[in-house]
Design a protein around this ligand. Structure first.
Ligand SMILES: Cc1cc2nc3c(=O)[nH]c(=O)nc-3n(C[C@H](O)[C@H](O)[C@H](O)COP(=O)(O)O)c2cc1C
Length: 329
C-alpha cells in the first residue's frame, strides 16, 4: 500500500470513528495508541534525505517539519521523534503544575477548509520540577524544542535556565490565547523587550519566540523588532486564533487547523518581506497537506510546524510532505 492510500484509510478512520466519539474518549484512544504501539520503529514514516536538512539557530534539523507544542508525555515525544519530524516541540511548561481549564476544553470544528479544533487547554502541565526530571531521560533522536510559558520575568528566566539544557532549542510562548499568563505580553512591548533580553541572556540554547496571529500589527511594529534587538533570531509564527465558542468551559478558545492557514501564509510572506534574512521563521497554523507546507516554504519559511493535522490527517502526513518536498527539489 502506498502512503497516499494509507493516509486515505486514516482519514476514513478519523471521519468514521475518532471524530464521532466524545473528544475526551478520542484523545484517550489516540494517546494510548501512540504510547503503546511502536510506530516509530517503522521506516515507512520517515524519509532520510540530506537535501531536506535545514538549520535553526545553528542547530541542524534533518528536515524542516516540526511537531508543534501540545504533548508533555515523554513516551509520546519519543515516539513522535521517529515519525518523520525534523524536530519535536514539547508542551509549554509553567513554573508550577497546572490542572488546566475544566472540561470541555477541546471541541472539534468543521470549516469549509477542513476539520479543526478549538481548545482552551489552559496549560495543563506537570510543572517545571516534574517535567525537567522526565525530559532529562528522553533521548534526542531528532532535536527537541522545549517550550516555556511564564507570567513574570523571574518565572521566564527560571524556566529557561532549568529547562533549556534539556532541549536543543528553547521556545518562549507568548501566544496561547487561553490564559492571561502569556497572551498579554504582545500588548506590553516595553516589558516584553526587557523580558526577552533577560530570557535570552539566561538561555543556554538558541531561543525561538512563538507569536500570535491575533497581533499581526503589533508583531510587525513592536514584537519582532524587540526580539531582534534582544538577539532572538528565530520566530515561530504562530499559534491558534482566539475565537468565541460557547461549548467550551471558558466561552472562548484557540482555533487551529486549516481555517487559519491563509493568515499563516500571509504573515510569513509579510514577515519575510519586512525583516529579510535577519530572522529564521517557523510557519505554524493550519498546515494539513503537502501543498500547504510547500507554500509556506516558498513564501520564506525556514521550517514548518503543525499539530492539529497530526490528529486529523494522521501520523503519515509528515512522510507525505517530505516526499513532496524531495520531488520538487
Ligand atoms: C490542545 C492544544 C494544546 C496546545 N498547547 C500548546 C502549548 O502548550 N504551547 C504552545 O505554544 N502551543 C500550543 N498549542 C498550539 C499549537 O502548538 C499550534 O501552534 C496551533 O495549534 C496551530 O497549529 P495547527 O493549526 O497546526 O494546530 C496547542 C494546540 C492545541 C490544539
Amino acid at each position: 500500500m502506498t502512503t497516499d492510500t494509507l493516509a486515505r484509510v486514516y482519514r476514513v478512520f478519523y471521519e468514521g470513528v475518532l471524530s464521532r466519539l466524545p473528544e475526551e474518549r478520542a484523545i484517550a484512544i489516540g494517546q494510548t495508541a501512540l504510547r503503546m504501539l511502536p510506530f516509530d520503529r517503522l521506516p515507512l514514516f520517515r524519509l532520510d534525505d540530506p537535501r531536506l536538512a535545514t538549520t535553526l539557530g545553528g542547530v541542524r534539523l534533518p528536515n524542516p517539519l516540526i511537531l508543534a507544542a501540545q504533548y508533555y508525555d515523554t513516551t509520546i515525544l519519543r515516539r513522535a521523534m521517529g515519525l518523520g519530524f525534523g524536530a519535536v516541540t514539547a508542551k509549554s511548561i509553567t513554573r508550577y503544575p497546572r490542572p488546566g481549564h475544566p472540561e470541555p476544553n477541546l471541541v472539534r470544528v468543521r470549516t469549509a477548509a477542513g476539520p479543526g479544533l478549538i481548545n482552551c487547554n489552559g496549560f495543563k502541565n506537570p510543572g517545571l520540577d516534574a517535567f525537567a526530571a522526565d525530559v532529562a531521560k528522553l533521548p534526542h533522536r531528532v532535536p527537541l524544542i522545549v517550550s516555556i510559558a511564564g507570567e513574570s520575568p523571574d518565572d521566564c528566566v527560571e524556566l529557561v535556565r532549568r529547562l533549556g539544557p534539556h532541549g536543543d532549542l528553547v521556545e518562549f510562548n507568548i501566544s496561547s490565547p487561553n490564559t492571561k499568563l502569556v497572551y498579554a505580553w504582545s500588548e506590553k512591548p516595553a516589558e516584553l523587550r526587557a523580558v526577552l533580553e533577560a530570557v535570552r541572556a539566561a538561555a543556554p540554547r538558541p531561543l525561538i519566540l512563538k507569536i500570535s496571529p491575533d497581533f499581526a500589527d503589533a508583531n510587525e511594529r513592536h514584537v519582532i523588532p524587540a526580539a531582534l534587538e534582544a538577539g532572538v533570531g528565530i520566530v515561530n509564527y504562530g499559534n491558534t486564533r482566539r475565537v468565541e465558542d460557547r461549548r467550551l468551559s471558558q466561552g472562548s478558545g484557540g482555533l487551529s487547523g486549516p481555517e487559519i492557514f491563509p493568515a499563516t501564509l500571509e504573515n510569513v510572506r509579510n514577515t519575510r518581506a519586512r525583516f529579510g534574512d535577519r530572522l529564521a521563521l517557523i510557519a505554524t497554523g493550519g498546515i494539513d497537506a503537502p501543498d500547504k507546507a510547500r507554500a509556506v516554504l516558498d513564501a520564506g519559511a525556514t521550517a514548518v510546524g503543525y499539530f492539529t493535522a497530526f490528529i486529523t490527517r494522521g501520523p503519515l502526513l509528515a512522510r507525505r510532505i517530505l516526499d513532496e518536498l524531495v520531488r520538487r527539489r
